[in-house]
Design a protein around this ligand. Structure first.
Ligand code: FES
Length: 113
C-alpha cells in the first residue's frame, strides 16, 4: 500500500502553475541528473524546487540515526537540504540555482571531500 502511494506521488508533477497573486514564468527547460538519472527542471528554479517537482522528497540522511531529511525552510537557514552537487558536499540546494547538466546526489551523513 505504501509503495503505491509513494509511486503516485513521485509520478505527479507538483509544480505550482497557477496562483491568485504570484506569477511563475517558466524559463528554459533544462536537463540535470539526480543519482545518475536524467530529470528536467527550469532555469529560474532552485535545485530543491526541481527535485520536489520531480517527486524527490529525501535529499539526505543524517549522520548518526540515518533519518531522512528534505526540503524544510527553503531559505537557507536549516541545513535540511544538504546534498552533493557536482561532487561538492554540503551544498544547500534550496539556495542553489538549477544549471543545465548539474549532477546531484543524496548525501549520506556528513559531507566528505
Ligand atoms: S531547506 Fe532549509 S537550508 Fe535548505
Amino acid at each position: 500500500m505504501r509503495s503505491t502511494i509513494s509511486k503516485k506521488i513521485s509520478n505527479r508533477n507538483t509544480r505550482i502553475t497557477e496562483h491568485p497573486i504570484l506569477r511563475f514564468e517558466r524559463k528554459k527547460k533544462v536537463r540535470f541528473f539526480f543519482e545518475g538519472k536524467p530529470l528536467y527542471g527550469y532555469e529560474t528554479e532552485t535545485i530543491a524546487a526541481a527535485l520536489v517537482a520531480n517527486g524527490i522528497r529525501v535529499f539526505r540522511h543524517t549522520d548518526k540515526l540515518h533519518r531522512p531529511r528534505g526540503f524544510f525552510c527553503a531559505v537557507g537557514k536549516c541545513s535540511s537540504c544538504l546534498m552533493i552537487v557536482d561532487g561538492k558536499p554540503n551544498t544547500m540546494v534550496c539556495m542553489e540555482p538549477l544549471r543545465p547538466g548539474v549532477k546531484v546526489k543524496r548525501q549520506e551523513g556528513r559531507g566528505k571531500l
